[in-house]
Design a protein around this ligand. Structure first.
Ligand code: DAH
Length: 346
């Protein structure tokens, strides 16, 4: 009997479970109802009294060894879970490819966040507008070229019977939201208006018939051009880096007087001149100016009590500067190979 126990000990010592099934067979072989341990205990009845202590201890030691072996082998296999149909459930799953925000959304959110910090809150207006909000209240004279068929998508031309006031059209700029805000709110007003705009242009690398703008408007008593400059300088540094310089060039817009275009120093070449800035050291970023008193009056704001500034920028333009992707069409084609480059890395 001693020999039998010793050989079972050896067998247990070298046992390695290849699978949970294998381990279960081992358990049944030793600890099952008709297993080796139970048959040893059967035989134990016949062991002479003076050997009982020694044999009893040996059987108990074997039993502990078996239990320990089962425990250890189970631990080793514990990474492997097999489903009923034999699939290894412990295998890692397929990578989930995370979507990403569109680069235009990323840039728009950045811009909004920077102006939020300066107290500008978002306001929005409709994409389908009328002539009044897009042009006439913004001081565009009736024969202004921007109203031309070439630029504007008209939905309904002014009816001969005057059943609706002026043309119905797709807004060509977000400056229309300025008008709606001023019509509905009393100063102080400090708002930014992000949105889609539409122009009847042939699609090319540099032009698209749909693009995105962000309009800014600040109306209060004593708002000056210096306030405009500081606000835009703060924005430019936050957007393009602390070392960024700005310059304002005189320009013309019907709704601002004086008007300016703002350039930022080219951060690709640090102002030395490169092909991105066309060797000028400067990049044009936005249009701006002091709100023309006519516009204030058109929107029932007393121009003797209030002044204000406004600015408008193209989101695609800022994205082009930020990501150096200079073909506008890339932002609209939704080519996954392009969009993937903006995915978050975990
Ligand atoms: N609306 C102008 C455009 O679409 C941009 C602009 C220029 C907006 C000057 C403004 C501004 O508010 O003051 O080109």
């Amino acid at each position: 009997m001693k020999n039998k126990i010793d050989s079972l000990v050896k067998e247990a010592e070298i046992f390695v479970a290849k699978s949970l099934n294998d381990l279960e067979c081992f358990r049944i072989q030793f600890l099952g109802k008709k297993g080796s341990i139970s048959s040893l205990f059967q035989d134990f009845k016949n062991v002479p009294v003076d050997h009982r202590k020694e044999i009893g201890q040996k059987i108990n030691a074997l039993k502990s060894l078996i239990e320990e072996t089962i425990y250890q082998e189970k631990l080793k296999l514990s990474g492997t879970y097999t489903s009923e149909d034999g699939k290894d459930l412990s295998l890692p799953g397929d990578d989930l490819s995370l979507g990403s925000r569109h680069p235009i959304s990323l840039v728009r959110n950045d811009i909004i966040e920077i102006f939020n910090r300066q107290g500008f809150i978002i306001s929005e207006g409709p994409e389908i507008e009328n002539d009044e909000h897009v042009f006439s209240k913004l001081n565009f004279s009736p024969e202004h070229p921007a109203r031309d068929m070439q630029d504007t998508f008209f939905i309904e031309r002014q009816s001969a019977d005057n059943s609706h006031p002026g043309d119905i059209l797709l807004r060509t700029h977000t400056s229309s939201v300025q008008v709606r805000v001023m019509e509905n709110q009393k100063p102080p007003i400090r708002t930014i208006s992000p949105g889609r705009v539409f122009r009847n242009e042939a699609i090319s690398a540099r032009a698209h018939c749909i693009f995105h703008q962000i309009e800014g408007l600040y109306i209060d008593s004593n708002v000056s051009f210096a306030d405009l400059k500081q606000t835009l300088l703060y924005f430019s540094k936050a957007m393009f880096g602390e070392e960024t310089k700005i310059r304002l060039r005189p320009s013309f817009f019907p709704f601002t007087e004086p008007s300016a275009e703002m350039d930022v120093s080219c951060k690709i070449c640090n102002g030395k001149g490169c092909n991105v800035c066309k060797y000028t050291g400067w990049l044009e970023v936005l249009g701006c100016g002091m709100v023309d008193p006519n516009v204030l009056e058109n929107c029932n704001i007393d121009s003797s009590a209030y002044t204000g500034f406004a600015f408008g920028m193209g989101v695609e333009r800022i994205a082009m500067l930020k990501y150096q992707v200079n073909d506008l069409r890339m932002y609209f084609e939704n080519d996954v190979r392009f969009l993937e480059q903006f995915s978050y890395s975990l």
